[in-house]
Design a protein around this ligand. Structure first.
Ligand code: PEP
Ligand code: MN
Length: 343
């Protein structure tokens, strides 16, 4: 079981609850998030906990029937809806996040931002810090890239999602980002999860290349138990024996996560399939599978992109994709905003 304290529970109230639990031999294990404390109890009957829900400062008592707690539907039965610059991720709308893999120049990002907006995208993506497999590959424009992202937001009004690759960078990147992205390679970087968990900003947590759904939910648990409730989970493909695609898109993860958790699920078909030929089909499949949104790569000239050009859609292909997504989203009761058409 877990005993969830109110956000404004006092230290004295918490102490009183722990004292009562200890007196009943229940070995309480408090977990102090910055927003609230959750007390775990490994074994307890209803009789053991009688009266505890009524103690001052207690919000609720929830069953603990899985290894994760706060991300679980047992903890919160309503879907979590995260407001990002007016878009409600996890609400009715199907939200499209798009942009280049990496910020490469002002011109490249501004033209992409205008296109994303014109086609009905809701969030602009762009990495300023790039975790690359090879140390000789483009590592990102770093702080200069963050400034360009801020400029694109100022011009288009699109909120930005950008990756944080290390705990030391959290204060800097969090100042610019509307959504802090934790990349696949960092899903189990616990120091980073703890640092991002202390922030009060939405997070996009990507599934590790070789991580199970449960491991992703436990990584999200780090963020939530640290006090950051605004977590979106991202299925971005996992490594399998199949070589025809960069990774294997595990679309069933969308359904599984929806059964287990209240958190919104975003699919990243670009990194999953790794080739433009398959991206659009998997975007359409993601809508039908019940995802809350997608994050995709688009570039003004994919042939010269400094990273992930092979999986980046041209602007025309992106616009066509958006047109094809709208009726599917409508059919599954997840409308998208109309494109502004101004680029
Ligand atoms: C990215 O989104 O550019 C990225 C590096 O993705 P992932 O962490 O899923 O590989
Ligand atoms: Mn990329």
């Amino acid at each position: 079981m877990i005993i969830v304290m109110n956000e404004n529970a006092t230290v004295a109230q918490l102490g009183q609850v722990i004292k009562v639990l200890e007196e009943r031999g229940l070995n309480p294990r408090p977990n102090h998030g910055s927003a609230r404390t959750v007390i775990g109890i490994m074994k307890a009957s209803d009789a053991d906990l009688s009266g505890v829900a009524e103690l001052p400062g207690v919000d609720e008592i929830a069953p603990l029937n899985s290894s994760f707690k706060m991300v679980s539907k047992d903890f919160r039965s309503e879907p979590t809806v995260i407001n990002v610059g007016g878009a409600e991720v996890g609400g009715r709308e199907f939200v499209v996040m798009a942009g280049p893999c990496g910020v490469e120049s002002t011109e490249q990002l501004m033209s992409t931002a205008r296109q994303v907006k014109a086609s009905g995208g809701r969030v602009l993506r762009g990495g300023a810090y790039k975790p690359r497999t090879s140390p000789y590959s483009f590592q990102g424009m770093r702080e200069e890239g963050l400034k360009i992202l801020a400029q694109a937001r100022a011009e288009t009004g699109l909120p930005i999602v950008t990756e944080i690759i290390s705990p030391e960078l959290v204060p800097l990147v969090a100042r610019y980002a509307d959504i802090m992205q934790i990349g696949a390679r960092n899903m189990q970087n616990y120091a980073l999860l703890e640092a991002v968990g202390r922030e009060r900003k939405p997070v996009l947590l990507k599934r590790g290349l070789m991580s199970t759904i449960e491991e992703m939910l436990l990584a999200a648990e780090y963020l939530m138990s640290g006090g950051n409730a605004q977590v979106m989970l991202c299925e971005r493909g996992i490594r399998t024996f199949e070589k025809a695609t960069r990774n294997t898109l595990d679309l069933s993860a969308v359904s599984v996560i929806k059964q287990l958790s209240h958190l919104p699920v975003i699919v990243d078909p670009s990194h999953a399939v790794g080739h433009v030929a398959y991206v659009a089909d998997m975007c359409r499949a993601s809508v039908a599978a019940g995802a809350d949104g997608i994050i995709i790569e688009t570039h003004p000239n994919p042939a010269v992109a400094l990273s992930d050009g092979q999986q980046s859609l041209t602007f025309d292909a992106f616009d066509d994709l958006m047109t094809s997504l709208r009726p599917i989203a409508q059919a599954v009761g997840r409308p998208m905003i109309e494109p502004s058409g101004e680029s």
